[in-house]
Structures are given as structure tokens and as C-alpha cells.
Design a protein around this ligand. Structure first.
Ligand SMILES: *Cc1c(COP(=O)(O)O)cnc(C)c1O
Length: 464
């Protein structure tokens, strides 16, 4: 447009967003505002508030997906209005969910993958609740049939994610959590069996422990429970919390036997939104065979038309995550998942090797045989003049979130730090992180700051 005509139309243009009247006012925080706001302005304000959040790609604390292909964004957008619970209105969404269930059951070697039961959830936490409930129901039914009391169910686990203490409290089950002891930071078959009794509804090993990233020995635990059954007649099922491992082990640790190849493993949960590579809000609960899910936990809902079985803690939920999960399964196949997972594992192992070279640290997990990533602690006998909390804090200056946290009981004295290697953490980006970590170490040594930094005041550790 000619320069001289600009002047004439300028008064007809909409105000530039920061020129509009909203700018001098803070956003309402406690009361619904009286008046409307222009959508462009409202968007800008909300958008800007979110600028203050961390950059998710630099968050190496989370196990969750922070990078997706553009096609996934398109699918998520297209499914914005599709309520996955409404299986009568959106039968194809229900079909995609069922296909994912069967593919995962097959991936985990269910003897009857095409017919077994399973469902999508909002994440592993909801899937864990469903798995735990099924264990409780199965145990109670057996006890009732034998005329035995059913008032004191217990569940055995190791150093678990917070969803299991939650399950235990919400659904009135005693949690028999095996404490860490010395160098043993996982459950062991011996510790499991010692805690089993007639009121044990199940044992939950974790494939990819939140604290260290290592796998708990599912097969050894199953064998110990087989022996227990032979000796004492106690038949105790296993539910595997494979929140991250469910999408790792099948691809890069095929020799680890942890899934439905073990008859005692009756159910498995995983997070689609972790190594499953689906966007946030996607989990799966899968049962070994149809009969392993108690029928009276399934509700048949008629008021949406049709007669659809539902087993879930919530009702309405967007369907996009399911479509995106199915997209990933189809798009990547075994080949793609294997490449991506191996790539993450290689970066994790490389990072561990770099940490190993630093005099201040000892590796707790060397990035091999478990979840891609690594875990370390301050080397025994070293007084580097800083804590891992100081280091985590210093790394925040460059935008990295590298959590430091104490191990659970009885190793609360052991503070560790962890990096997760996910899709999107390239070797190059990991290299930049390592350089920043080295600089942060130098800084902390040079300015031995706050001995007062405690877990509460340092950047927090989140159990996800
Ligand atoms: C992440 C995680 C959970 C919780 O999963 P969400 O998908 O975040 O609900 C449970 N258990 C383990 C082992 C985990 O890693």
C-alpha cells in the first residue's frame, strides 16, 4: 500500500493488542469479571501468563511426552468435540480404543489378545486404581465364597509412585511397602514373600521405578510366589505398574520377562502419554484374559443410547488421546517404537557415561537395562561443597529442570538426581545440558552457597 494512504485508514484498524484498554488492569483472580473482554486481548493475557511456566522440552524430570508430530496436533484438534465415553455417538472412537487395547495386549503377550479386556484411562494413575480394584474384588469374592473375613485386604509393593499409596487410602487397602535397605533400592522376592498372607490381594512390581528408573524383577517375584503357592496354598496375583516400561521393554529389552508370558501377571497399566508417545491424558489398563476383570466392576450405561460397558473412574473425556495413540501405533509400528526407544536409551547411557567421569558423583543407575536416562548421587566420602539441591537450583537458571530428591524409606538419607531421556532429547541437546551441568558444578564449588537449601525450598520433585 502506498505510504500516503496509510494515514487515512489507520483510524479504521483495530487497535494493536497491547494498545487496547485491558493493558492497565491486572487480570481478575478471585471473582468472575462483570464485563466481557475482547478475545484477542483475553487470549494474549492468558498466553502471556503461561510464558512464565518452564519450557517443557528442558524438563528432564518428567516421564511424560513433550514432543509430538504435527499430525498428532491435527488429530487432537479434530477430536476436540468427541467425547470418548459416548460410544454410541462416536462408535469409531470406541473401535480405535478397542484396537489399541488388543494391540497392547498382544504386545504384552496376552494368551487371548483379541478377546481380552482393557480400557483407556487418563493416565497410569487411573489405570492403577482400576487394576487395584480388580485385585481387591477378585480377592474378596474368593474369600466370601470360602466364608472367610474380608475386612483387612493388603497390597505389597516396593518404592512406588504416589498412585499406589493413593489407591490404598482411597479404597481402604493396607499398603505393605517394602522399604529400601542399604544398596537394595528395589523390591526383592524374599522381601515380597515375607509380607504375603491370606489377605494379600496382590503384588505390584514396577517396571521403571520412579526414583531410580530401574526395573523390579517381575519374573523372580512370580517364581517366589509360585513357590509360596506350592508350600502354603496362597495364590497371589501380580499387577505390573509398567507406566513407562510397558512401552520400553517390548522394544529394547525383549529378554526381560515381565508381562503376560508369566501366568501370574493378571493385569498391567501403562501411560500412553509417557513412552507410548501420545499427548498428555492417555493411559491403559489391560487384563491378561477377559475373566481376570471381575464382571461386577463393569457398568452398562444405557442413557447414551445403545448398551455400552464402561469401566473407569471418570465419565466424559476427550477422545483425541486415543486417536493419537492409535495413530502412533499405526504410524510407528514395532520398527518405529524400537528406533525411538533405542535412541532415547543411547542418549541416556551417553549421559550416564559423562556423569561417571565427574569426580563428585556416583551413578545409581547407569542408563542401561531400564528406563532411558540416568540417576546419580554425590560420591561417598566426597565433600564437594554443594548439595544436589544446590545443583538443581543452579540448573534452573538455564531453564533445565533436573530434579534432586531423597529416596524413600529407609534410604531417606540418600539424595539422588535424575535425568530422563525422552523423545526430543537429542544427543546434541543432552550435550548442551551436560555442559550446563558442568558449569553449574563449577559455580556451586566456587560459591558454596546455601547449606540451608532443603528439599522443601529447592525446586520441587514431582512424582511423575
Ligand atoms: C508416571 C507413573 C505413574 C503415574 O502415571 P500418570 O500417567 O502420570 O498418572 C505411576 N506409576 C509409575 C511407575 C509412573 O512412572
Amino acid at each position: 500500500m502506498a505510504i500516503h494512504s496509510k494515514e487515512e485508514i489507520v483510524s479504521n484498524l483495530d487497535d494493536e493488542v497491547f494498545g487496547t484498554g485491558f493493558l492497565p488492569h491486572p487480570l481478575p483472580k478471585y471473582k468472575l469479571p462483570k464485563h466481557e473482554t475482547d478475545p484477542t486481548a483475553a487470549y494474549q493475557l492468558v498466553h502471556d501468563e503461561l510464558l512464565l511456566d518452564g519450557n517443557s522440552r528442558q524438563n528432564v524430570a518428567t516421564f511424560c511426552q513433550t514432543w509430538v508430530e504435527p499430525q498428532i496436533r491435527t488429530l487432537m484438534d479434530e477430536c476436540l468435540d468427541k467425547n470418548m465415553i459416548d460410544k454410541d455417538e462416536y462408535p469409531q472412537m470406541a473401535e480405535l480404543e478397542a484396537r489399541c487395547v488388543h494391540m497392547l495386549a498382544d504386545l504384552w503377550n496376552s494368551p487371548d489378545a483379541a478377546n481380552t479386556m482393557g480400557c483407556s484411562t487418563t493416565g497410569s494413575s487411573e489405570a492403577a486404581m482400576l487394576g487395584g480394584l480388580a485385585l481387591k474384588w477378585r480377592w474378596r469374592k474368593k474369600r466370601e465364597q470360602a466364608g472367610l473375613p474380608t475386612s483387612k485386604p493388603n497390597l505389597i509393593c516396593g518404592p512406588v509412585q504416589v498412585c499406589w499409596p493413593k489407591f490404598a487410602r482411597y479404597f481402604d487397602v493396607e499398603l505393605r511397602q517394602i522399604p529400601c535397605e542399604g544398596r537394595r533400592l528395589l523390591m526383592s522376592p524374599k522381601e515380597v514373600v515375607e509380607r504375603c498372607d491370606e489377605n494379600t490381594i496382590g503384588v505390584v512390581p514396577t517396571l521403571g521405578v520412579t526414583y531410580t528408573l530401574q526395573y523390579e524383577p517381575v519374573q523372580e517375584i512370580a517364581t517366589a510366589l509360585d513357590d509360596l503357592e506350592e508350600e502354603h496354598g496362597l495364590d497371589i496375583p501380580i499387577h505390573v505398574d509398567a507406566a513407562s516400561g510397558g512401552f520400553i521393554a517390548p522394544f529394547i529389552h525383549p529378554s526381560v520377562v515381565w508381562d503376560f508370558r508369566i501366568p501370574r501377571v493378571k493385569s498391567i497399566n501403562t501411560s500412553g502419554h509417557k513412552l507410548g508417545l501420545a499427548p498428555l491424558g492417555c493411559g491403559w489398563a489391560i487384563w491378561r484374559e477377559g475373566g481376570d476383570l471381575p464382571e461386577d466392576l463393569v457398568f452398562r450405561v444405557k442413557y447414551l443410547g445403545g448398551n455400552m460397558p464402561t469401566f473407569a473412574l471418570n465419565f466424559s473425556r476427550p477422545g483425541g488421546q486415543i486417536a493419537a495413540q492409535y495413530y502412533n501405533l499405526v504410524r510407528l509400528g514395532r520398527e518405529g517404537y524400537t528406533k525411538i526407544t533405542q535412541g532415547c536409551a543411547d542418549v541416556g547411557a551417553w549421559f550416564a557415561d559423562q556423569i561417571k567421569k565427574l569426580a563428585a558423583f556416583d551413578l545409581v543407575y547407569d542408563g542401561r537395562g531400564g528406563v532411558p536416562g540416568c540417576t546419580w548421587t554425590i560420591r561417598k566420602g566426597q565433600e564437594p561443597g554443594f548439595t544436589l539441591y544446590d545443583l538443581a537450583d543452579r540448573l534452573r537458571v538455564k531453564g533445565w529442570q533436573v530434579p534432586a530428591y531423597p529416596m524413600p524409606a529407609n534410604r531417606g538419607d540418600l539424595v539422588v538426581q535424575r535425568v530422563l531421556s525422552r523423545l526430543g532429547l537429542s544427543r546434541d541437546l543432552a550435550g548442551l545440558l551436560f555442559e550446563d551441568l558442568e558449569r553449574a558444578v563449577q559455580h556451586c564449588k566456587k560459591y558454596p552457597a546455601s547449606k540451608s537449601l532443603t528439599p522443601a525450598s529447592a525446586s520441587g520433585y514431582h512424582h511423575n
